[in-house]
Structures are given as C-alpha cells and as structure tokens.
Design a protein around this ligand. Structure first.
Ligand SMILES: [Zn+2]
Length: 510
C-alpha cells in the first residue's frame, strides 16, 4: 500500500507501475526552489543504494531519472502540495516553497520504506493547522546543536513547522547576549549536586550556533521561536543580576545561583524596578535580531506573587497603577499582566508578536498575545472565546512528552502518564467550540521538558513515537484519523526511524 505515510495525507490514490530510484538521478529545479531541491537531493542521497542525487537546472533528457519541482499558484492553501510518482518520473507541485518541502518529506518517507522501487501513486495534501510545533527544553539540560539539527530533520520528516526553543529557566540561561556576557557567564553552568566532587554541568548557544539552527530550520521551512522566561523561572538570570529580584534590590547579601533542583521558586523578577524593564528591553533587541520569525515567547507561567506583595517597589507600582481590590488588597496578577504587556510592547517595536503560557490570561493581557494552553485545554478554550489566538499543548494526557509512556515503574518519565494512544486521540479543537472560536486555535504543539532528560538518546525515546502521533493530529484531516490504522502504518514507519538511527519507545503501544 502506497499511503503508509505519517502523518496520513488528505488523499492518496495508488497507480500502476514503479519508479526506480537509483544512480544518475537528479532533481530538476525551477527558479526560486534551489534550496528545496538541495534539501530533497540531500535526503535521498543519504539512503543506502540510491547514490548521489544531482540537481539539474535545465530540463533533463531522460524524465525517468528525474524529480521535478514546481510551484502551482492555482492551489488554494498554504503548504498544499501534490506528489505524483509514475514510471515516467516524479513530480512535486506546491502552492509555495514550504509545500515543496512537505511534498519532499512524503517522497523521503516512501523512499526510506520502499527501498529503491517506488510504487506509483498520486497524493494531494495540505495541513489542517498552520501551527504544528515541538518544544525542546534546553535549559534544564543542554543539548548540542548537532542534536537539535537531527530533531529538525525528524520534525521536517513529520511535516512539523515550528521549533519552540526553551532557552532560559531557573536552571540555566543558554543564550549568548553579546552586550551581557554575564548572563551565560554565571547562568549557563551549574554545580551538579549529585556528585561529591564539584562538577560543572551545562553550556550555551553562541550567536553563531543560533544562526546555524535558524538557517537549518529555515531550509526545512520550520520557524524557530525562542523563549525567554519572565518574570518567574528566572533564577539563572538572577544569578548574574540579584539586584533584579525584589529582595536583592536593597540587600546586597541576597545572591542566587542556577538551580540544581526543579520546581517553582519564590524569587522572580521585580516588576517595580524600571532597570529590570530596561535590561529586558536590551536583551530583546538582540533576541529579535537573532531570530527572524514572527514570535518570541516570554513565558509568564508559574510566577509566585509572594515577593511582589512584600516588595516596596512592586507595591508602589501597584498603587500608581491602581491595582487594588475594593477591600484594599493588592492584585498582583494585574501587575503581571502589566509587566507582560510591557514585554509585548517591546516586541511590537521589533515587529514581533509575544507568546505567553496560559497564566498570562489572568489579569488581562493584550489581545494580540498568542496563548499557549498547557494547564489542560480549558484555558485555551477560554482564550479563544475571548478572541485570543491559541496553540493547544495541554499537559493532560496529550502533549507533555516528559510524561511516562506506560504506567509502570520501569518506564522513564515523570508527573504523569501519556500513552501513544492518548497523544493520538487528542484534538486541538475541543468539541462544542463555535466556528469563530475554533478559528482562533492555530494548532498544537508537543512539549519535551528535560528535568529528567539528560541525554539526546533519552529525548528521542520520550519524543518517539508520540511525536509521530501528534504530527498526524496537527496535519491530517480529523476524519482520516484512526488509531488502528495508525498503528498498522507505524510498523512501517518505525523502519524509517530505524534507518534514521532514532531510539524510539517500543513495546505495546496501548
Ligand atoms: Zn519587586
């Protein structure tokens, strides 16, 4: 069967005959698609027995050895493509360059699983959602650029188009900011308390590393979204600037170091200190210059308010802004909304849009903020009903891939259980949403937090095959999805993962 692809396409029609992949093949380029042709040639050349696939700029004399790429402005949807395989040649036509890469990934999957004789077929395909993301937490543990590139290739293989890069947290600041070397100097390494001898653990991404990741992702039509956590999850920032905490502003004996423990910490950025805002403004100026995508994620989750309530500067700010209830109690959630609103304004000046975790809804955040719904689907539903754009990534048995895949003590993971079937049965648009509310749900995202994920191999195990399931949730039409059918296709798909040296979770899947 020709359509054992993951994610399953919209339409697939089997035809007679085969196309022989082999030496002397070339991708025929039309103007403007040179990078996409180079990517496809690189993918196919990497398959054993195919040989070096060339790129030709003129029409190839022997069509039976060529793959032609072309744009079809008549297509209606972003990323839409058509793939035709026939004994006479292979053709990918698409609405846009991104669609060419989505079509190329289908061809790549078929070539990985069918060896060199590709069965003839015709596929028409387009995405259900515009946002098909995966997040890697590189703060709790550091992952090399080479590993991130491997994941970007695997993301492209599954037609994902957003890489959410979690770069800062209590445990580390991983992003080089040229004007502020102290951020990585004190924030990118921590003492690993599991060892008696002091062990420094960590690393950070230089500007050159970031440029490399951004370019690698762009070649696959994947947008990179950096996340800079504020105002909570910021201990690693406070390690170099303790004066930006509420307690540290007046007490020089208050010091921080990147956390070796995990959880939620009371000391967060002071919202009453103008120097904090000026500092973040300077950081964001560099972040915006490094990342060409439309979005920057500013966190906003799990920020306890105890420090703000006892801080003279924060209290004064709330007094000036009139943030008291009728009974006189302070309303720190509104202060957070004000603080996040300032971040959003800074980003707007750079031509970007802010993303926040769903807590930013509390206290009222500006309407162009993109909400990531993680505490279940309900905050996302509420946000959509209020007119916010939403990305669904609920931790409730769906999108949190740090959870165990099976409910047994031997299985790695923590904080919950999310089986392959749980991920597969998730739908970013909950039942009962009105049409105009559903239109605000841009898509979904798989999140891999790395508190307990120390090595890339472990990350692969947590991601796969649940990420395969979620790619189908995000890409394929709802009516095409069937878990039994997916399980059958997965038997073929895991052969592809084997060929790409992916350490996926095996065993019974449900
Ligand atoms: Zn304060």
């Amino acid at each position: 069967m020709g359509c054992d692809l993951v994610p399953i396409p919209v339409l697939c029609e089997a035809k007679e005959g085969v196309f022989e992949l082999g030496p002397g093949m070339s991708v025929q380029v039309s103007a403007g698609l040179e990078k996409e042709a180079a990517l496809l040639a690189e993918w196919l050349s990497g398959i054993e027995g195919v040989g070096q696939v060339g790129i030709s700029r003129a029409p190839v004399a022997n069509a039976a050895t060529s793959i032609s790429l072309s744009l079809d402005p008549g297509m209606q949807r972003a990323e839409e493509y058509e793939l035709g395989i026939a004994p006479q040649g292979i053709r990918i036509a698409a609405k846009d360059a991104a669609g060419i890469v989505r079509g190329a990934s289908s061809l790549y999957q078929l070539a990985l699983s069918q060896s060199r004789a590709l069965r003839s077929l015709r596929i028409q395909d387009w995405p259900r959602f515009a946002w098909r993301g995966f997040m890697l937490d590189c703060a709790r543990n550091f992952f090399r650029v080479e590993f991130i590139e491997k994941l970007l290739d695997l993301a492209a293989l599954h037609k994902l188009n957003v890489f959410h890069w979690h770069l800062t947290d209590d445990q580390a600041w991983r992003l080089e900011i040229a004007s502020k070397p102290e951020l990585t100097g004190r924030g990118a390494f921590r003492q690993d308390m599991r060892y008696e001898i002091e062990w420094e653990k960590g690393g950070f991404y230089t500007r050159a590393d970031v440029a490399r990741v951004v370019e690698y992702a762009a070649a696959r039509h994947i947008m990179v979204v950096p996340e800079i956590e504020t105002p909570g999850h910021s201990t690693a920032l406070l390690a170099s600037h303790p004066e930006f905490s509420c307690r540290g502003a007046s007490d020089p004996s208050v010091l921080f170091k990147p956390e070796d423990h995990y959880g939620i910490f009371e000391d967060i950025l002071c919202a009453g200190n103008d120097r904090v805002l000026a500092f973040i403004d300077e950081v964001l100026e560099e972040v915006c210059a490094m990342f060409p995508g439309e979005y920057v994620h500013m966190g906003g989750d799990e920020a306890p308010k105890a420090r703000w309530l006892s801080c003279p500067a924060c209290r004064s700010r709330m007094d000036v802004l009139g943030m008291r209830k009728g009974g006189g109690q302070y309303e720190p959630e509104r202060l957070q909304a004000w603080f996040m609103g300032r971040m959003a304004e800074m980003l707007t000046r750079c031509g970007k849009r802010m993303i926040g975790w769903d807590e930013v809804l509390e206290g009222g955040i500006q309407k162009d903020t993109l909400i990531m719904s993680w505490r279940g689907a309900e905050p996302g539903v509420r946000a959509a009903s209020l007119g916010y754009d939403v990305v669904m990534c609920p931790q409730t048995k769906a999108c949190y891939l740090d959870h165990k895949q099976f409910d047994v003590p031997e299985e790695p993971g923590h904080l919950g259980v999310c089986t392959l079937k749980d991920s597969y049965n998730f739908d970013p648009v909950p039942d009962g949403l009105r049409k105009e509310e559903a239109a605000h749900i841009l898509g979904g995202q798989a999140n891999l937090w790395s508190e307990l994920v120390y090595f890339g191999r472990q990350a692969e195990y947590m991601l796969f095959p649940r990420l395969c399931a979620l790619s189908e949730v995000f890409w394929s039409p709802r009516e095409n999805r069937d878990f039994n059918d997916f399980s059958t296709r997965l038997a073929t798909h895991t052969q592809r993962l084997d060929m790409l040296d992916v350490l996926y979770c095996r065993g019974k899947y449900f």
